[in-house]
Design a protein around this ligand. Structure first.
Ligand code: BES
Ligand code: MN
Ligand code: MN
Length: 465
């Protein structure tokens, strides 16, 4: 029987090769042209679960992309860990900004990853991190180190809002029963600073359409006399934040949890270098809500951002036109205890209200999800803490993240268990961007740390009995 470190060391080349094969399949959930590749990826995940030791692995159809489920039940009286991850990836666009094709993985060294990093769409988010759990299971089954039951739920629609995962969970509550949910789909502070994500922001994603005249007009003949929907849209968007970068939608902050000075002081202990942050992004100054630090603005405070805006003429050269329509995609990151459906309704109401009579507006909700907070005074968190302490030689720092995994709040609601977010990505891994990558060190460290969670969790859980 080998310890995790030795097993990982002896098998690392194969672990890397297997992940590379998985990364070659373009599982882009947002684009219906890739439906076959989605299924192909689900098949590959299923196969890998069986090879790693699952007794059962299956592909479950949903009204959307399938969910892969697997399990190894060694004793119904022992605790059960449910692993969640996603096999879908973001579209790779813009393609011309990739140094290598997004679905032809290459290993390259970077300053932060001198051991090399795998460059491919999905390398970190989330195929690489999801696959760490498959290899952790392999280690545990091959070395007789699986101390409890394990279940996997790997979905294919996370990057498009997990539209049908609720549908799947509702129909499979008994099958998905567990004592804790384990996810690696977030990041850590730095390679020498392990951290556990204890907060995720919620999300409300809206699309607005502003219509002026019933057709595009000559901007000389009509300009100045008829409302230009792009001009109007820009004004409306600008009014959504005041001079202190507070969001102006009435009621928006009503349910926002305010943290005590003590809690904020504790959060501020996490290592963070503002100068380095600015330099890495090549910006002279940061920007955000008055009265909050950069770390707070990007984690425990809600936001409103335009993700895309279009209309009129954007082709080569100049065309004089007063367009008929203008559009924007606007997302709001939410924090507890905001409710995404309520916020979406508040946004819609407000946006319709502030529109001048010279235009018509149409506001639609794309998707959303609630924020999530993992309490740290629990057995589940303690087990994760102990796993990191053993693998890294120091306690991990609990830290709120600004990102969202909208389905996590639903897990707690439906399955009544806590979620532990053991992320191994770094902020610089360029998830959702060109040249996404995942450090080989991080990948292997994850495979090494995960089995230790099972060990400590089972031990603490059994002692509780
Ligand atoms: N894995 C990310 C979320 C994440 C990344 C959380 C890093 C914390 C740290 C996830 O795949 C993601 O991209 N979520 C989307 C939301 C979704 C509805 C598209 C997001 O946060 O934009
Ligand atoms: Mn993800
Ligand atoms: Mn993502």
């Amino acid at each position: 029987m080998k310890d995790t470190k030795t097993y990982v060391e002896e098998n690392k080349q194969r672990f890397i090769d297997e992940l590379i094969e998985l990364l070659k399949i373009p599982s882009i959930s947002a684009n219906s042209n890739y439906k076959d590749d989605m299924l192909k990826t689900a098949e590959a995940v299923k196969k890998s679960l069986l090879e790693a030791g699952c007794d059962v692995a299956e592909i479950n159809e949903t009204p959307g992309h399938p969910v892969v489920y697997g399990e190894k039940i060694i004793d119904p009286d022992l605790p059960t860990v449910l692993v969640y991850g996603h096999y879908d990836v973001q579209p790779p666009d813009p393609l011309d900004l990739w140094d290598n094709p997004p679905f032809e993985p290459v290993i390259k060294e970077t300053r932060i990853h001198p051991e090399g990093a795998i460059f491919a769409r999905g390398a970190c988010d989330d195929k690489g991190q999801m696959y760490m759990h498959v290899k952790a299971l392999e280690y545990m089954t091959k070395n007789d180190k699986l101390p409890c039951n394990i279940k996997f739920m790997i979905e294919g629609e996370e990057e498009v809002g997990s539209a049908h995962l609720g549908w799947f969970i509702e129909r499979n509550k008994e099958k998905l029963k567990n004592d804790v949910i384990l996810i690696s789909d977030t990041g850590m502070i730095a390679k020498d600073t392990p951290s556990i994500t204890t907060g995720l922001r919620g999300l409300s994603y809206m699309e607005v359409e502003v219509t002026g005249p019933n057709r595009d007009l000559h901007s000389g003949l009509y300009g100045g006399a008829v409302a230009n929907p792009i001009n109007i849209l820009c004004k409306m968007i600008a009014s959504l934040q005041d001079e202190n970068n507070h969001i102006t939608i009435p009621g928006f902050y009503d349910r926002v949890k305010e943290y005590s000075q003590e809690e904020r002081a504790k959060m501020a202990e996490a290592p963070f270098d503002l100068k380095e942050y600015r330099e890495k992004l090549n910006i002279d100054e940061v920007h955000g809500e008055e009265g909050y630090s950069t770390l707070e603005r990007a984690s425990i405070r809600p936001t409103l951002d335009v993700n895309g805006i279009w209309g009129g003429y954007t082709g080569e050269g100049a065309k004089t036109v007063l367009p008929s329509k203008a559009y924007a995609k606007i997302s709001m990151r939410l924090v507890s205890d905001q409710d995404w459906k309520e916020i979406s309704a508040l946004f819609k109401d407000h946006f319709e209200k502030i529109a001048p009579k010279s235009v018509k507006v149409n506001v639609n909700t794309h998707h959303g999800g609630q924020a999530y907070v993992t309490p740290i005074d629990t057995l589940e968190y303690q087990a994760a803490n102990d796993a990191y302490a053993e693998a890294f030689g120091k306690d991990p720092i609990p830290q709120h993240s600004g990102g969202s995994i909208p389905i996590v709040a639903l897990f707690e609601e439906e399955l009544k268990s806590k979620t532990i977010l053991m992320g191994f990505g770094l902020d610089t891994d360029a998830i959702h961007s060109p040249n996404e990558h995942f450090g080989i060190w991080n990948y292997l460290k994850g495979i090494e740390t995960i089995p230790l969670f099972y060990k400590h969790f089972t031990k603490l859980k059994q002692a509780e009995k």
